[in-house]
Design a protein around this ligand. Structure first.
Ligand code: PMP
Ligand code: GLN
Length: 399
């Protein structure tokens, strides 16, 4: 193979995607979706719904294309979406970002995260604190930006961090504390104590808080609480979300960042040279979605809660131990009872064994802590009821 110099080494290595022979592997989501396609197994791996979202939102995108909204939108996003995001933050959380200066539309939460971390990280001494297991792009982008990833473990079965471990992880080199709540892959919703401690530590060490709240409307108990609304948090917090999960439009890649104007401008400075802009016809459609009535938002959480319960019952009946998630698309199960010792191997064999695809939790961990997660597997509940029922049948018969 040719030697290709460049930062891609750091990105791939940070994401754990370099094989022993130096080759680059696809992300775990691409690998497992390809496995499902190849084997015809039910894909409970990659988190995407198998049904369309609200018709009003889909219709609005079709209308936008017909109406000629097909050229570059403004750099920060179209005014109606900026206003809809600001109104949404006020309606649900009492936050009042100024749509002109404190809101930025991005190409999904993924670009928001990348632009934010690239904007904030200034050199190899900088540290970014994340909870582990973590969404795969976090480690990749921290590595790309050339900073150090510091992780705080979340442990089976409730996946709440130990506050002393959190305190030890944050220091004067911490540039950002990146919190994903509700949490992928564990489904945890962090306690008020955790949220408050994050704010205290960020204040003490002058760090920025970055929150990834893409599952904000998919919570099964109390309403979501954004860290940005806690006393003292707003001025140092960038809140990231996306329309993908809420409106079942993961392929549209319309995300956003809200926060104080100076921090949002720093993200914009980077973002405009990543994608510049995106999704001109989808932006008005997501604006329609964000203005849907409360019953829509209650409905998606109720529906997903029922699916979570169905998936959990199926997994228990098949011999897994199950961690009951408080939010997100995902349920983590322990496959020890089914003889698993290596989650990745277990997931590679699951299509043949049971006709189902899932994701090993080890794909979301650092090599140092991988062993702690070696029998844990993530299943996605965001599939049609009959698909979940069929998956449960298959898993039970493969016992
Ligand atoms: N953050 C988390 C926690 C996710 O699960 C995902 C994937 N859906 C993303 C970010 C990426 O979101 P988007 O598709 O909007 O880029
Ligand atoms: N967020 C989705 C998941 O966790 C996948 C997104 C992706 O494929 N990058 O399953």
């Amino acid at each position: 193979m040719r030697e290709i110099p460049g930062a891609w080494h750091r990105t791939a290595a940070g994401a754990g995607l370099v094989g022993a022979d130096g080759s680059i592997r696809p992300t775990i989501f691409a690998e497992m979706s390809a496995l499902a396609a190849r084997t015809g197994a039910i894909n409970l791996g990659q988190g995407f719904p198998d049904e369309d979202g609200p018709a009003d939102v889909l219709d609005a995108a079709r209308a936008a294309i017909t109406d000629g909204r097909n050229q570059y939108p403004p750099g920060r996003g179209i005014p109606e979406l900026l206003s809809a995001i600001a109104e949404h933050q006020q309606r649900f959380y009492g936050l009042m970002p100024d749509p002109g200066s404190e809101v930025l539309v991005t190409a999904g939460a993924t670009e928001a995260l990348a632009a934010t971390l690239l904007a904030l990280i200034d050199g190899p001494e900088d540290e970014v604190v994340v909870f582990e297991p973590y969404y795969d792009s976090y480690a990749a982008v921290v590595a790309l930006a050339g900073a150090r990833l510091v992780t705080v473990p979340l442990r089976w079965p409730d996946f709440q961090p130990d506050l002393d471990e959190l305190r030890r992880a944050v220091g004067d080199r911490t540039r950002a504390i990146l919190v994903n709540d509700p949490h992928n892959p564990t489904g945890a919703v962090f306690s008020a104590e955790v949220r408050e401690e994050v704010v205290r530590l960020a204040e003490r060490h002058d760090a920025v808080i970055v929150t990834d709240e893409v599952y904000e409307h998919l919570v099964f108990g109390d309403a979501h609480v954004p860290i940005a609304g806690l006393p003292g948090a707003w001025d140092r917090t960038l809140t990231i979300s996306s329309g993908g999960k809420t409106f079942s439009t993961t392929g549209w890649k319309v995300g956003w960042v809200t926060g104080p104007a100076d921090l949002v401008s720093a993200v914009l400075a980077v973002k405009q040279f990543l994608t510049y802009v995106n999704a001109s016809a989808f932006q008005p459609a997501i604006a329609v979605g964000l203005r849907l009535g409360d019953e829509f938002f209650r409905g998606i959480a109720d529906t997903l809660r029922r699916k979570r319960d169905l998936l959990g019952e199926g997994l228990r009946a098949a011999g897994f131990e199950v961690s009951v998630p408080a939010g997100s698309y995902f349920t983590v199960a322990d496959a020890q009872g089914l003889g698993a010792t290596d989650a990745a191997e277990f997931c590679r064999s699951l299509p043949e064994r049971a006709g189902v695809v899932a994701i090993p939790l080890t794909a979301f961990t650092t090599p140092e802590r991988r062993r702690q997660y070696s029998t844990l597997v993530r299943f996605a509940a965001c599939k049609r009821t009959e698909v979940l029922e069929e998956a449960a049948r298959r898993l039970a018969s493969a016992r």
